[in-house]
Design a protein around this ligand. Structure first.
Ligand code: BGC
Length: 762
């Protein structure tokens, strides 16, 4: 009897034995039914079939890490037929997914459908901005919508599970994967994690256009020492609990279906084999009921760490710690059966892992219809749908941050100007797609040049000036070789001389950030800085448009260039978004989700630092916490970003509804006025400082924000509530506490705000 017939019979028996249920308990009832179905399945599964569910194979083409020597395509097909594969990654497209699903469902003994995983990181075919850029929008609805579009396209292409969002907090711009996260702040990071999960998973995971999400990489991967990829991490208990964990815990609260291990170790134990992380915190403390997937080959890498002596030991350690599925180590499938039969691991551990995996398959509705994501018509209609282009354009515009705008050089006039556009990135249709765009076609981004060409009232001349780097592929090393050819400098200089405005598009190519793209230098790569300085010698009216996947050190540019726009890598609609901002058809409102340093020596640099025992002082004493060669402050702080409008904050007022530390409630109100002649939007930010605590607290912590629209001259009142959820912190035992004592409250348009008031909890 195939599993589907079996389950239907079981369901009927279960339902017929039920009394009439009230509607409130329907959810619980459904959950119970699923658990009973899983019980029944586990009863008839052989140990080989159980372990098979814990095995994930890569498809046969896209490889994102070193390929193991064992396991050729023939073997993988054979394993599918035997029911020894629970999931595949990097199989995409209805035809391809149907083919592997068919083997699993129709040729294996139990016909358990496959999870089809894929890195849908910032869109599928139609790309949104890279996640760091999107986070600069601080617009949770737009971010959710962007993940929704990604899920619609991916699910139409046969995929039912994404390895996103990456919720790793990072303070180190050298680390290439900062492009994939939400920046440095745990509060903003938690809100964005939840918005993305909601976007991917929707209201009902069994809908045909929703996919399971993954919170990754658990945990502390963003703290790789010296920003070097895959490096060890050193994180204190306080930082772990208060900075690293919150977005992961928020992900669990949002119902995320899976977690992915981190490549790093923590306190000497690789995350993949880390009992504390996976059992104590994730599965017990947070009561996570989804499953944990290893990262690519990370079970096997425990040997390279010098933690597991051999593959068998690695399998035992990982599964015991709570890693439920093996991505491409080929180790679970090889050793777990033997380990159980040999009584070296308890079968209950395997049953728990399989239960977690099957639960997600049930929730996705795969047992009802394993081919639900394999509809050719939907695939043809949904992939690259024009509505998706509109949506990614919307979020792209919202992601742009105006860093500087001296003498209102921006927005540009629409007529009668000679505009000279310089920089290889300006005409690039590929780089703006950013890193992680496995399903997108190369060269499908609207370039800045194309976007600007839509504005026909000006005379637009393009000169490349210089290339950024040599080689632009995802999996090769040569992308890091910066270009050194200056032969086209003169041509660009000649053109720039007579321009009314020079727009220079400089930065990193799409593959200079992302996995394994750490840098030790945060300046413009190649000869771009020189090009900028050469052009500046002949024309000072420069608008610098930055394309990059991480904060850069822009000290020279900030000092000399009158207007600077942070345009990141904005995905498919990059050029249109940038042009609309340049010409004032869209008034920018983005705010930095990560601090921009003055130079790489300041990194790691972040706004929520601790005061030290020797903070900046007013006298001339040299013995305080600072550098002797550069200011301590960042170039651009977290939360910073300008607009074509100007805003004024006033009337900060605290209404203490309850000052009891065990149940505090403080209402914060303020006024914000648009003091310009231009309608605009502003992200109003609320920070606190717990002045004295049993564990030292940061000088500022974000605890609320709201995106406000204000017409020219308009004033609005904004209010926030501070309560237990925002006034506490985790002590070094991992307990969340709110302590009596004094707090400061700050409001403003960046973390560098000074409008403040104080209150005291009893
Ligand atoms: C990355 C993961 C990714 C996986 C599968 C790994 O190298 O660290 O984030 O999901 O590959 O592509």
């Amino acid at each position: 009897m195939k599993i589907h017939t079996f389950l239907i019979i079981l369901l009927l028996i279960t339902l017929s034995s039920c009394k009439l249920v009230d509607y409130d308990s329907v959810k619980v009832e459904n959950e119970t039914i699923v658990e009973k179905q899983i019980d029944s399945l586990l009863e008839i599964m052989t140990i080989e079939e159980k372990v098979g569910q814990m095995n994930q194979y890569n498809g046969f083409w896209d490889v994102t890490g070193p390929t193991p020597k064992v396991g050729n395509a023939v073997k993988k097909y054979e394993h599918l037929r035997k029911g020894w594969v629970g999931s595949m990654l990097n199989v995409r497209g209805v035809k391809e997914v149907r083919a592997v699903q068919k083997i699993a469902v129709e040729e294996s003994r139990l016909g358990i459908p496959l999870l089809i995983g894929f890195d849908v990181i910032h869109g599928y075919k139609t790309l949104s901005p890279i996640p760091l850029a999107e986070s600069a929008s601080w617009d949770l609805e737009a971010i959710k919508n962007s993940a929704r579009i990604a899920a619609i396209e991916a699910s139409a292409s046969g995929i039912n599970w994404t390895f996103a969002p990456m919720v790793d907090i990072s303070r180190d711009a050298r680390w290439g994967r900062v492009m994939e996260g939400a920046g440095e702040d745990p509060y903003l990071g938690s809100k964005i994690a939840q918005a993305r999960i909601k976007g991917f998973q929707g209201d009902n995971l069994s809908d045909v256009n929703t996919i399971a999400a993954t919170a990754k990489h658990f945990a502390a991967y963003g703290f790789s020492e010296s920003g070097k990829e895959y490096n060890t991490v050193e994180v204190s208990a306080s930082t772990l609990n208060n900075v690293v964990f919150p977005p992961f815990e928020a992900a669990v609260k949002s119902g995320v279906k899976s977690f992915m291990n981190a490549f790093n170790e923590l306190n000497g134990v690789p995350a993949t084999g880390n009992n504390f992380l996976l059992r104590d915190v994730l599965k017990e403390k947070w009561r996570f009921d989804g499953f944990v997937i290893s990262d690519w080959g990370s079970i096997s890498e425990m040997k390279d760490w010098g933690y597991a002596e051999n593959d068998k030991e690695a399998a035992k350690m990982a599964v015991t710690a709570g890693s439920d599925m093996d991505m491409e180590s080929y180790i679970y499938i090889k050793y777990l059966v033997h380990l159980v039969k040999n009584k070296e691991i308890d079968e209950a551990i395997i049953d728990d892992a399989v239960r977690r995996i099957l639960r997600v398959k049930f929730e996705l509705g795969l047992f009802d219809d394993p081919y639900k994501y394999c509809d050719d018509k939907r695939e043809a209609e949904m992939i690259g749908n024009s509505k998706h282009h509109e949506a990614v354009l919307d979020v792209a515009k919202k992601s742009i941050v105006l860093l500087k705008n001296e003498n209102n050089l921006l927005p540009l006039k629409k007529n009668g100007q000679k505009i000279v556009l310089i920089g290889a990135l300006a005409s690039d249709n590929n780089s703006p797609l950013g890193s992680w765009r496995l399903a997108a076609d190369d060269n499908t981004a609207v370039s800045v040049l194309q976007g600007m060409q839509n504005y026909k009232g000006n005379d637009l001349i393009f000169k490349k000036g210089a290339d950024v780097s040599i080689g632009k592929t995802a999996f090769t090393k040569e992308v890091v070789i910066n270009n050194s050819d200056k032969s086209e400098f003169n041509e660009a200089k000649e053109a720039a001389k007579s321009a009314d405005v020079v727009v220079m598009v400089l930065g990193e190519v799409g593959f200079q950030s992302g996995e394994s793209r750490s840098r030790t230098n945060l300046q413009l790569p190649g000869v771009q800085q020189e090009l900028l300085e050469e052009i500046y010698k002949v024309n000072k009216n420069i608008v610098l448009v930055l394309n990059n996947g991480r904060p850069l050190a822009l000290t020279w540019a900030d000092k000399h260039i009158p207007a600077i726009i942070e345009a990141w890598q904005l995905g498919t609609q990059t050029g249109n978004a940038v042009a609309q901002v340049l010409y004032g058809d869209y008034n920018p409102s983005g705010k930095l989700p990560m601090t921009f340093p003055r130079n790489v020596g300041q990194v790691p640099i972040y706004y929520n630092y601790k005061n030290t025992g020797r903070p900046v002082n007013s006298n001339n004493n040299v013995f305080y916490s600072h550098y002797i060669d550069v200011e301590s402050s960042p170039l651009y702080p977290f939360g910073y970003g300008l607009s074509y409008s100007t805003f004024q904050y006033s009337n900060l007022y605290l209404k203490p509804v309850s000052l009891m530390a065990d149940n505090p409630k403080i209402e914060v109100t303020l006024n914000i006025k648009n003091t310009s002649n231009t309608d605009g939007k502003e992200v109003v930010q609320l920070y606190i400082r717990d002045l004295f605590a049993s564990v030292v607290r940061p000088v500022k912590e974000l605890k609320g924000f709201e995106l406000i629209e204000l017409k020219a001259g308009e004033t609005k009142a904004v209010s926030f509530i501070l309560d237990k959820s925002t006034l506490g912190f985790y002590n070094n035992n991992g307990d969340y506490i709110v302590e009596p004592g004094k707090f400061k409250v700050f409001v403003g348009g960046s973390s560098n705000t000074s409008l403040e008031k104080e209150f005291e909890l009893n």
